[in-house]
Design a protein around this ligand. Sequence first.
Ligand code: IMP
Ligand code: MG
Length: 183
Amino acid sequence: MSKAFASEDMSKILLTEEEIQKRVKEMAKQLSDDYRDKNPLMIAILRGAVLFFSDLVREMDIHVELNFLAISSYGSGTESTGDVRIQYDMQESIKDRHVIVVEDIIDSGRTITHLKEILEARHPASIAVVALLDKPSRREVEVEGEYVGFTVPNEFVVGYGLDFAGKYRNIKYIGVLKPEIYA
Ligand code: IMP
Ligand code: MG
């Protein structure tokens, strides 16, 4: 077998493509069961959640609507700046809708907390957060995702949508980046 793309930059592979796809299917089944007949509005947080989002919604067997929101909280480093901004907002109303926010990872918790405040002010019927990854050891704000794919250790991970300085998003697995790459 040929070497996985970009594997020379990883200190280890944390989640393989197979592990990710298996879990995505389980989460899609759970969401389909929980939101049957609710016509949920699923919102992907750009850009990190896009790969997860597109796999997740294709495994769901209920009608959903899709939308996108771009948020930035990082410069080009590995720490959230705490300065969370909406870079691209939706035009559609979410009033009285069942909203499912799809995120790549909950780390300090700042991004998702801020985002939930913004969305709650628009009076949806409900809001749930789906996060592929959760890094609870780094939490600074008390917040949990209603649906979490994997809990990961306190290491900087890339792949399957997650980037370092814009790179590695298009990798099918999730790996821990070698510290010398970002040091
Ligand atoms: P938070 O505001 O600290 O919870 O950060 C959430 C955002 O930080 C995520 O949407 C990611 O874009 C980014 N992030 C946090 N941890 C990692 C990581 O290990 N790798 C890549 N991006 C990360
Ligand atoms: Mg992100």
